[in-house]
Design a protein around this ligand. Sequence first.
Ligand SMILES: Cc1cc2nc3c(=O)[nH]c(=O)nc-3n(C[C@H](O)[C@H](O)[C@H](O)COP(=O)(O)OP(=O)(O)OC[C@H]3O[C@@H](n4cnc5c(N)ncnc54)[C@H](O)[C@@H]3O)c2cc1C
Length: 370
Amino acid sequence: MSAQADLIIIGAGFYGLRLALRYGAKGMKITVLDRLPEAMTKASYINQARVHNGYHYPRSYITAKASHDNYQRFMREYPECVDNNFTHLYAVARSGSQISEYQFQQFCEIVGSPLLPVRPDEAALFNQDRIAAVFRADEVAFDAAALRRTLLAEISAYSNIAIHYNTDVTALDQTGGAITVTTNNGDFTAPRVLNVSYSNLNDIIRRARFLEAEKELLNIDIEIAEVALCTAPPELQHIGITIMDGPFWATLPFPADRLRSLTHVRYTPHTSYSSRQVATPPEEILSAYHAETNFYHMRADAARYVPAVAEFQYARSLFTNKAILANHDHDDARPILLKCHSREPVFISVLGSKLDSIYALEEAMADYLD
Ligand SMILES: Cc1cc2nc3c(=O)[nH]c(=O)nc-3n(C[C@H](O)[C@H](O)[C@H](O)COP(=O)(O)OP(=O)(O)OC[C@H]3O[C@@H](n4cnc5c(N)ncnc54)[C@H](O)[C@@H]3O)c2cc1C
């Protein structure tokens, strides 16, 4: 006998929890399934923690503008989940950057993301031979642990939302007008199923035995990504830095672990592959991967731009699978991906490429579920 719901959500990441709240608030009986013992431990925890305000996407106006438009909304909804106790400096490299100082300023003005002049002591942190310009930006970091607490507290007010942890989805079958989801923890049936399993989206699609899975697979690349966590010397303790726009790096507070992250365009991705072509589940590939940290390469390169980075002390690294829509290297755009595999019963896969994309997604979902 399988447990019945109105909507099954596969994945208790930020996206799964937000969508559970949205449809739980409409009175639907929601079942959330996650293979792990806790919510928001994968991509929603292991990331750069940047609440995007548009600056980061100078090659995709649409992505930048959407982030900027969503920024204030996120800040209003989750004020207790952000760290704004630091100054975020965006710098433009003299060589190797895909954007000039002038172009970056123009772009930010068009998007509406404010750039302010830096103080002399902030400018002095940078190696002027390598950095053309530095600006103060209005962009904070989120605390994934606080976000998880907030979302779970909101969910606990709804008796119609149930989260089942340690519940690994192994198959999906159509049973009349509904879908039965088979797990190690029993079967669950609903007329609507949302697949928000991020890097496992294609793995779940492959398990949907009522679909011609090969035709439904999403064009997603998976990167094994390293977020290095470290501590900073006093002069950088309340500073975040992002160098634009090329094979550079960023360091931001990582509030959930009371540390800071160091990430690098060249060294954070360890390896990548197409999840359409490789059928092995990404989690298996990640567990088999013998990861050695790239922190020391990141630090050595970063210190050429900001010498005090040489004093960063390594704490540990978090490795996770990053899911990226294929064919966006040229513009770095981060559109949402929503694919409806079937409408009766409803089976939809969703890739949320940044936290703020949730707002666009919720609008798009209205056509299918509201
Ligand atoms: C390295 C990195 C840096 C990033 N930096 C930023 C940033 O600075 N700012 C930003 O806004 N975004 C950033 N992102 C993107 C952001 O983290 C994601 O868009 C977001 O977390 C996706 O949320 P999600 O709920 O879809 O995925 P997840 O949080 O990964 O949740 C998916 C869930 O599905 C579950 N699941 C998978 N398979 C199964 C199964 N078979 N059965 C049951 N459950 C299953 C997993 O256990 C997991 O809990 C970054 C991502 C990465 C990886």
